[in-house]
Design a protein around this ligand. Structure first.
Ligand SMILES: Nc1nc2c(ncn2[C@@H]2O[C@H](COP(=O)(O)OP(=O)(O)OP(=O)(O)O)[C@@H](O)[C@H]2O)c(=O)[nH]1
Ligand SMILES: [Mg+2]
Length: 424
């Protein structure tokens, strides 16, 4: 059901007219850059734009009625195919605007959904996008009919209108519950996978951050993967996890995740909660920040908001200031690093600083494991065997009275060896 904006023939890109509504002037450059990026990622071409600072949206058309007239003229003049509003519109607002402007009207959520629909590769990703699309449609479907009923309602009109509304609603509701079921199955599978990995001592590290911050580039750099890294927003939709081996024998699982964005539509956060469970189940977050972006601080705030929404804000985090190669003011960066707790400066593109980051991760990992020295009786040899699977063994010695171990283990495994603890 995805309404793709993409056109096969690049000559015929859909021309989009952009409408900015942010009340805060300070956000203008971020907002403009971002919506242009989204329009581009959706395969559109920018026909023109206008702005109205909207403190309180008008119920019927979001922007004021004078502005609607201006918009109609500008969209016609620039030969736009569609108009994109940088906010979330209700079904009624979309209908009213379409009637007044005589163009298709899309809101920011629809634009993002469209990009997602074009990018999802895995079955889970596709299911989640479809669920988000139907969830977006459901309330709008009703408001369209509500309007219709109000206009033409009354005796004689009630029957067919209601029947159509009822059947459409049932169709959408059925599809939504079917999708939820299927997603639940995929999630269960993912959970099992994660639990089997949990048996291992290796911690989970998730790369999070604003879209285009360089998360996939960092993943590729560390794991030698070949993930799509692209200047367009939402290059990554499906999470990827790889094991990373450190030189001293430690290891961890690293996951790349979907990028965050300012005002990430709530229904998308909800739809991608499964994918983002990866984030909530992590032992450590690497928050990648594009420090060369003029609005990086606003981006950091947006990421923190989403992390809170995912209830992952108590997970230890290393802030990774990325793209330092594109930065002119190095001294300011040094001051910044000193100021932020747990921060590292890197360039995922050139590799600069990446060893420091790995060292910071390693330090964190070592802090999770407990050192134990034990003399395990031969009758319990299995415990000593497990030590290799569940941790790092620094020394092992087969003695007359048992197996001597000097190892770093997860709390659980260390507890099992505790009865045989010795100190040498
Ligand atoms: N100059 C410079 N560019 C970088 C660096 N890291 C990434 N980039 C570029 O930034 C853009 C986005 O990189 P990605 O790795 O796709 O970013 P992402 O965070 O995975 O983005 P999404 O998956 O879309 O959320 C690409 O064009 C990269 O080449 C860096 O260290 N320096
Ligand atoms: Mg990515």
């Amino acid at each position: 059901m995805s309404q793709k904006l993409h056109q096969v023939n690049t000559e015929e890109k859909e021309r989009l007219f952009l409408v900015y509504v942010n009340p805060d002037e300070g956000e203008d450059s971020l907002v403009e850059q971002e919506l242009e990026g989204l329009a581009d990622a959706a395969g559109g071409e920018i026909a023109g734009s206008l702005r109205q600072r909207v403190e309180r949206p008008t119920k019927g058309t979001y922007i004021g009625s004078g502005k609607v007239i201006e918009l109609e003229a500008a969209a016609a003049e620039t030969q736009a195919d569609s108009v994109v509003f940088d906010c979330e519109l209700s079904g009624i607002q979309i209908r009213n605007l379409e009637e007044a402007v005589k163009k298709r009207v899309i809101d920011r959520t629809q634009l993002i959904l469209d990009i997602f629909a074009g990018r999802a590769r895995t079955r889970e990703g596709r299911l989640q996008v479809e669920l988000a699309q139907y969830s977006y449609m459901m309330p709008r479907l009703m408001s369209v009919y509500t309007k219709f009923e109000r206009q033409r309602g009354g005796i004689g009109m009630r029957g067919p209108g209601e029947t159509k509304l009822e059947s459409d609603r049932r169709m959408v509701r059925d599809r939504i519950s079917k999708l939820k079921e299927e997603i639940e199955q995929v999630k269960r599978h993912r959970r099992l996978q994660r639990e089997s990995r949990r048996q291992l001592p290796h911690p989970f590290v998730a790369i999070v951050g604003y879209t285009s911050a360089g998360k996939s580039t960092l993943m590729n750099r560390i794991c030698d993967t070949d993930l799509l890294a692209d200047a367009m927003p939402f290059a990554t939709l499906d999470p990827t996890t790889r094991k990373v081996d450190l030189p001293d024998g430690d290891a961890f699982f690293l996951s790349d995740t979907v990028g965050f964005i300012r005002n990430l539509p709530t229904l998308l956060v909800a739809a991608f909660r499964g994918t983002l469970e990866e984030v909530g189940a992590s032992d450590l977050l690497l928050h990648v920040v594009d420090v060369s972006h003029p609005e990086w601080e606003a981006q950091v705030d947006a990421v923190h908001e989403t992390i809170e929404e995912l209830q992952a804000d108590d997970i230890p985090t290393i802030t990774v200031f990325n793209k330092v190669d594109a930065l002119d003011d190095r001294p300011a960066l040094t001051a910044l690093i000193a100021e932020w707790p747990n921060a590292v400066a890197i360039s995922a593109a050139t590799g600069e600083g990446v060893p420091d980051l790995l060292e910071a991760i390693r330090k964190h990992l070592t802090g999770r494991l407990l050192r134990i020295q034990a003399l395990v009786p031969y009758a319990d040899a299995q415990l000593a065997e497990n030590a290799h699977r569940y941790g790092r063994v620094d020394a092992k010695d087969y003695r007359e009275d048992g197996i001597y171990l000097d190892a770093w283990l997860t709390a659980d495994q260390a507890g099992r060896l505790q009865p045989y603890a010795v100190s040498e």
